[in-house]
Design a protein. Structure first.
Length: 413
């Protein structure tokens, strides 16, 4: 079967400034940086903190709150301010949104010129949450619900807690992520205490997501739902065979169609035109094959911002399931941890309403001496506990590779 084969993400074809300038922003990432974001179009480095969202970002009020942050920044003399940060998976949790004191912009990273030394493996204890056997049981319970309820898909996740008494070099970790994920969305942002509460928060959210939730530039929108995954092989012939088998997989094509249909239904009321390809394409990251559909459209109302579009989409079946309410309830019952910002969205928005939001996956919460990684898999009736366990282990590889811990992968099965 012929396939359209792309490196994720297809937006890579549109750099907007001199690439070399972007690499200096990666080199300049340090303790004073509050936001780093590199996409196939552009790179941001934010330094310092002008203002941040102090109250929980309730969905109905969020656009107003973001508008106030941008207006306040403009009044304070900040040129071309942006609101950057992350929104959580669960709307009941608080968003982390802020205006950097200084924002430096550039075009696409020149990934081949990134100076990334081989990572020094972190030395310390690794704990699975939950253990593999418990995750296996959760998948079995999801399969039971498919047979007894209208639930069609649920995304179930695992976490890894890596304790590193010697400390974590966040800059080296970010450089590894950027160097080995050239077509993804590489990010790092400070996580602040919110609303005056004294709850400890990890210092940073870091990752390299392959999935664009939505972007808006002028009236043009782009969304890139991804669902359906297979681990890659180091053998070129086997690797290509895996890609072709994914493209022909009835189970994965069904899972992908659920996501694309939901995205189209959410965006259609907001668009004057919407183009949805009838079949997915194959894309690849350094570690995984994915089924991908690139959706393009034009917003009907120019006041509809990138954040409005992102909120209309979130959470898609790619991170939650279908039907949404049943899947969300199953996640609450079957996952033994709070997702927080994992499977939410990370990105930025400016005064014009332009912006870009990636799905917060292939990520970790990074503290001074510990890292908490996350990975999930879409469970559908054709799933097996064994295959979904393998998929989550493969998705951990993005962060494990960047930390020099790929050799630990076999322990996760």
């Amino acid at each position: 079967m012929n396939s359209k084969l792309l490196d994720a993400n297809p937006l890579a074809a549109t750099p907007i400034e001199t690439p070399v300038a972007a690499n200096t922003l990666l080199d300049d990432y340090g303790d004073d940086a509050t936001f780093f974001y590199a996409s196939p179009r552009l790179t941001f480095l934010g330094k310092g903190l002008h203002a941040r969202l102090r109250e929980p970002g309730r969905e109905a009020l969020l656009a107003h709150q973001v508008g106030e942050l941008l207006a306040g920044a403009r009044q304070a003399g900040i040129a071309a301010p942006i609101v950057a940060g992350a929104l959580p998976f669960d709307a009941d949790d608080a968003a982390v949104l802020f205006v950097p004191e200084q924002i430096i912009r550039a075009g696409r990273l020149a990934h081949g010129q990134i100076r990334a030394a081989a990572p020094q493996p972190l030395r310390g204890e690794i704990r699975q949450v939950p253990e593999a056997a418990v995750y296996h049981h959760a998948v079995e319970e999801a399969l039971h619900r498919f047979a007894t309820t209208p639930l069609e898909k649920v995304v179930l996740s695992r976490a890894l807690e890596v304790h590193a008494p010697g400390g974590i070099d966040a800059r080296a970790l970010l450089t590894q992520l950027a160097a080995h994920n050239p077509n993804g969305f590489t990010f790092a942002l400070d996580l602040f205490e919110r609303g005056g509460h004294s709850i400890h928060r990890p210092l940073r959210l870091m990752g390299a997501s392959p999935e664009l939730l939505v972007s808006r530039h002028g009236r043009t929108l782009t969304a890139n739902p991804i669902a359906g995954t297979l681990p890659r092989s180091k053998d070129p012939v086997e690797d290509e065979a895996r890609g072709q088998s994914l493209l022909a997989s009835v189970k994965d094509l069904h899972e992908h169609a659920l996501v694309v249909d939901a995205v189209a239904k959410s965006l259609a009321p907001l668009c004057s035109t919407l183009i949805v390809p009838p079949k997915p394409s194959l894309i690849k990251t350094a570690t995984l094959w994915h089924l991908s559909t690139m959706v393009h459209g034009e917003v009907a109302d120019p006041s509809t911002s990138a954040l409005d579009l992102a909120q209309a989409l979130h959470p898609t079946p790619a991170v939650c399931g279908h039907p949404r309410d049943l899947a969300h309830a199953a996640i609450r019952e079957l996952e033994p941890f709070e997702r927080g910002l994992f499977t939410g969205m990370v990105g930025w928005i400016d005064e014009t309403g332009d912006g870009e939001w990636a799905v917060t996956i292939r990520c970790a919460e990074v503290d001074s001496d510990k890292v908490r990684l996350f990975a999930g898999a879409g469970i559908v009736p054709a799933s097996t506990p064994e295959s979904e366990l393998i998929e989550t282990a493969a998705k951990f590889r993005t962060m494990l590779n960047a930390m020099g811990l790929e050799a630990q992968l076999e322990d996760l099965l």
